[in-house]
Design a protein around this ligand. Sequence first.
Ligand code: GTP
Ligand code: MG
Ligand code: ZN
Length: 289
Amino acid sequence: MTATLTANECMICRTGNAEEAFFCTTCMAPMSLTHESVVQGREPCIVSVIGDSNVGKTVYLGYLLDMLSRRAGDYESVPKGPFSINLQQTVMTHLATRMFPDKTPNEVDQWHWAYSQVSHQRDPDRWYDLVMPDMAGEAIATELDVPESYVVIRGLLERSAGVMLLIDAAQAAMGNVQADFFAFKLMSYIDQLAGLRSGDKVSTPIAVVLCKSDCCPQAFDHPITFVQTNLNRLWNLSENRFENVAFFAASVIGSIGYGSDADDNVITVPLHSAPRGILEPFEWLLTAI
Ligand SMILES: Nc1nc2c(ncn2[C@@H]2O[C@H](COP(=O)(O)OP(=O)(O)OP(=O)(O)O)[C@@H](O)[C@H]2O)c(=O)[nH]1
Ligand SMILES: [Mg+2]
Ligand SMILES: [Zn+2]
């Protein structure tokens, strides 16, 4: 791929910025992404990780990035700049001290963005340059309800080579329709962005990840049946409008305990990590993009 970005052009919304700008003035994406991309001489693939607030995006993405940098599954991952390490460091530091990371702030300039070069041992000369931001679920919800309130989310989804749509499987399994409706809305948003005629289907590969499946093992046994049963609106839209959707169950935590914070609020405590199904959606997406 040839570099089409100029030195001070935002990677996400293409606004020209001042040379010294840290963040894009229009969408607030970090300009360090552009600077790294210009050094590489090619544009990266953007993989967007989306989903409602509290579904487990930060924990999943941080854990995935850490597994890649520990050569899990024979992957090799090289971060492009120290800013790319912040997300995995935050997540792993929290889990090591039996805490969950904080909710991602709605302010775009506080999101962690990971920009990494990834390859696999079976084809060591093929490198994927990936940009994966950790977005806030509430910001995504606001963009769905008031389009263009978060220019960065729209820009990211327009430019994404692949999407990971995360869903709280534990919530869906309990019959809470919020999980289905949120995913349904997100898919409809992506469909609308693609702007295709009704007969054409969206070709962007979408990995639907059923997070917290440790709480509902049936999702691991038969993810498709789980989606057809508990997330039927999402299933139908995927079939009707999307060419390339796959379903995966995942969980990071083996068991959860309960404790209290300084104000006596009940909090969940990750007792130990037992990653399951973390790499599979990523592997599928890499082969699909
Ligand atoms: N059982 C279980 N719970 C999990 C797992 N991962 C995350 N959680 C729970 O889900 C909560 C939210 O996880 P986050 O990764 O912060 O969620 P998020 O999608 O980033 O949320 P926002 O930042 O608000 O968008 C955590 O505080 C945990 O209580 C998991 O693998 N298993
Ligand atoms: Mg988060
Ligand atoms: Zn921008």
